[in-house]
Design a protein around this ligand. Structure first.
Ligand code: SAH
Length: 240
C-alpha cells in the first residue's frame, strides 16, 4: 500500500488534497484506480486509511479510518561521517528504512568529501527527499530528517540518553549492543573510510560519548552505520 505524508492535521471522513508531486505520482506514475486505498500520515504523525477519487482527472482522497500505529517517541540519531555521493545517498535511504529518525552528516578530521556552500541547500533538499520517500515506502509514521553537516563543536547539541561512537580499535567485549537500553533515544557516531583519529575519540569521550565495538570485522563506513541501526532495531523489537 502506498503511503503519503501530508503537512496538515487530518480528521476522519475529511477530503484530502494532495500536492502536485503526489498528484502526479498517484495519477501518472502508479495510475491508481478509483477507490484504491492508501495510507496518509498527517503532520502529527497520525496514520489514516483513505480512498482515492478523481475530480476533473485530478486525484484526491477521502479519509476512512485512523490506524493506531503511531511510532514510539524515541529518537534514533545516526551521526555519519560524509562519504562519496553514491554511497552516502545509499546510506541515507537505508538508514531511514531501518528506523533512524535523524541523520546528521559529520565532517571529521579525515573526511575527504568536499562541501561547497552554494550547493548546500539543494543537496540538503535532495537528501531529505530521499529519506522521506524511504519513510513512505517502509510505512513509518515519522519523517526522518537530515540536518546540515556539522563538525565536532556542534555535536553536544545532538546528544540524547545513550551516546555511542563506533571505534574499530575498541575491545569486542565492549560491543554496541551492551550499551543499549530498551526504547531509549540513542545516538551512534560513525567514522569516515579512514576511521577516527585517537584525538577525536578522546574529545568524544569528554563529551560523554562512549566508544564501542561493532564486532571483530572491520566494516566499511557505509556498512557500519547500517549494521548499528539493524542491531538497535532488533534489540528494540525483541520482547524480554
Ligand atoms: N580505516 C580504518 C577503518 C575505518 S572503518 C581501519 O582500517 O582501521 C569506518 C568506520 O566504521 C570507523 O570509523 C568506525 O566508526 C566504523 N567501524 C567499522 N568497523 C568497526 C568495528 N568493527 N567496530 C567499531 N566501529 C567500526
Amino acid at each position: 500500500m502506498q503511503q503519503y505524508f501530508l503537512d496538515q492535521k487530518i480528521n476522519c471522513e475529511q477530503k484530502i488534497e494532495f500536492n502536485q508531486e503526489q498528484q502526479h505520482h498517484i495519477a501518472h506514475v502508479l495510475r491508481m484506480k478509483q477507490d484504491t486505498v492508501v495510507r496518509i500520515v498527517d503532520e502529527e504523525n497520525h496514520v489514516f486509511l483513505a480512498s482515492i477519487h478523481y475530480e476533473n482527472q485530478l486525484p484526491y482522497a477521502m479519509v476512512q479510518q485512523q490506524l493506531m500505529d503511531t511510532d514510539k517517541n524515541v529518537e534514533i540519531i545516526l551521526v555519519a561521517s560524509l562519504i562519496k555521493k553514491e554511497k552516502w545517498e545509499y546510506v541515507l535511504q537505508k538508514a531511514a528504512e531501518l528506523g533512524a529518525t535523524m541523520i546528521v552528516p559529520f565532517i571529521s578530521s579525515r573526511t575527504i568529501v568536499k562541501t561547497s556552500n552554494e550547493k548546500e541547500e539543494r543537496k540538503l533538499a535532495r537528501w531529505n527527499k530521499i529519506v522521506l520517500e524511504a519513510c513512505e515506502q517502509s510505512h513509518q509514521a515519522h519523517r526522518t530528517k537530515v540536518v546540515k553537516p556539522i563538525t565536532i563543536k556542534d555535536l553536544p547539541n545532538y546528544l540524547v540518553d545513550v551516546n555511542l561512537v563506533a571505534y574499530e580499535k575498541e575491545n569486542v567485549s565492549k560491543h554496541f549492543v551492551q550499551y543499549l537500553k530498551k526504547d531509549t533515544s540513542t545516538l551512534i557516531l560513525i567514522g569516515p573510510e579512514g576511521g577516527f583519529e585517537e584525538k577525536e575519540i578522546d574529545q568524544f569521550m569528554k563529551m560523554g560519548i562512549q566508544p564501542c565495538s561493532l564486532g571483530k570485522r572491520i566494516l566499511r563506513a557505509e556498512t557500519a552505520g547500517l549494521y548499528a541501526l539493524s542491531v538497535l532495531d532488533a534489540y528494540n523489537e525483541v520482547k524480554e
